[in-house]
Design a protein around this ligand. Sequence first.
Ligand code: AMP
Length: 146
Amino acid sequence: MTQANQETKYDDNNIFAKMLNGDIPYHKVFEDDKTLAFMDIMPQAKGHVLVIPKQKAVDLVDLEPEYAAAVLMTSKKVMQAQRQVFEREGIIQMQLNGSQAGQTVFHYHVHLIPSSIHELGRHAVTQADQGELAEMAKKLAEVINA
Ligand code: AMP
């Protein structure tokens, strides 16, 4: 079996599944019946947010159309809030499929990163200050819910 094949089996104990089950804390930005958005704990730029579906999907291949649409709609909301809160137009939308691409959490997710492709920080390396993450999540949520 190839590495890619091993990863196509959804692991109910992955870190994002634990968040959806309420087993570990996170800094929530937005939630609806099909999606959850929260601050990335090791951001590649200030304001890095992740959007996940409430569906057991490893990567894009698994994602059901209704959840794909919901993730995009939530991503639009988050991105508009990032533009306002961080006062910048440029937001990177990124999504990795498979460890070969650098994927480290095997529950489908979209990265929304207020940055430029020329300035992007390293992937999942430096842990951010929890207080700063909480503050950013609060500001983004306020804009989305306004
Ligand atoms: P990927 O490598 O595309 O699978 O991205 C996984 C992302 O999840 C990385 O950017 C990590 O920084 C982020 N991450 C890992 N653990 C947590 C966590 N507990 N809370 C928030 N983000 C996390």
